[in-house]
Write a protein that binds this ligand. Structure first.
Ligand SMILES: [Fe+2]
Ligand SMILES: [Fe+2]
Length: 277
């Protein structure tokens, strides 16, 4: 166990690392603010976007990629915006920014790609779990974004401890709980709280902060649906556990409270495996 003094030093290091992360750029902040208006139109978004030429170039490049399958060349931001959609665009620019920050600031972790791989897996599996729970496309998009950011706080904790590699939290219910206890014991803060602080610093939504804060403890103080999907997604990606263990990882009434059932969870894992195969 770390001494109180060691804990204080490490906790300060974690806070300093978060403080020193670059702020969300003004354009993205303004885009998020504009998009938060329920009556937002493309005509409100385009002028904000055009203030940032490199961002426009990235967007046009992506819209013209094979992924979007557009059969003609897209040359204008207005058309790119129509193809992309407002919500996906906001998520795209936010995630591109955070990925760039992570690659710059956490480059000392030798296997940073393992972090991105884990984030992508959880994002994919959690989106499928949210779909099985009959959530709207908007909620599924939110979960996809939350999945990509859920462990960002772990990078800060590892760097504060001078670790050179990204380590996964483990593949059992016990290890997912043990990892946050260990972090609290060593650094006075777990990676869920550190991640929520980063999202708060970047002005990301309170729901995203809450989802990251509770992604290891989705039943603390009630049933938290969105963090629950991220939590359950981990078990969908673990090959070591059986369907029976997956179906009973949380009490049946809690799973039902998230709009799921043991069968839906097993089906989500099957679909996830098919998707990544
Ligand atoms: Fe985590
Ligand atoms: Fe994770």
């Amino acid at each position: 166990m770390a001494s109180q003094e060691q804990k204080k030093v490490l906790s300060r290091k974690v806070t300093d690392l978060i403080d020193r992360l670059p702020p969300l750029p003004d354009t993205i902040r303004e885009l998020r603010k504009t998009a938060a208006n329920p009556n937002v139109r493309f005509s409100h978004i385009a002028p904000v976007l055009k203030k940032d030429p490199p961002l426009c170039a990235d967007l046009l490049h992506l819209v013209n990629s094979a992924y979007f399958g557009v059969n003609h060349s897209v040359d204008t931001i207005d058309e790119a915006l129509r193809i992309f959609g407002v919500e996906p665009l906001i998520n795209f620019v936010t995630l591109t920014f955070s990925e760039n920050v992570i690659r710059q600031k956490f480059a000392s972790l030798s296997n940073i790609n393992a972090y991105f791989e884990h984030s992508r897996k959880i994002s994919k599996a959690a989106t499928i779990v949210a779909k099985k729970a009959r959530n709207s496309r908007k909620v599924q998009d939110f979960i996809s974004t939350a999945g990509l950011l859920h462990d960002i706080g772990r990078l800060v904790i590892l760097i504060a401890q001078d670790k050179g590699v990204f380590e996964l939290a483990g593949t059992s219910y016990e290890s997912l709980l043990a990892v946050i206890e260990t972090e609290e014991d060593i650094a006075g803060m777990n990676h869920c709280t550190a991640g929520a602080h980063i999202c708060q610093k970047w002005g990301l939504s309170p729901l995203l902060q809450e989802t990251i804060q509770n992604h290891h403890t989705p039943l603390e103080g009630g049933i938290h649906r969105e963090p629950g999907y991220i939590f359950l997604a981990h078990f969908c990606t673990f090959d070591e556990i059986s369907d029976m263990m997956l179906a009973t990882v949380l009490p049946a009434e809690s799973i039902a409270g998230m709009g799921l059932s043991p069968d839906k969870l097993v089906a989500a894992r099957k679909e996830y495996r098919k998707t990544v195969a």
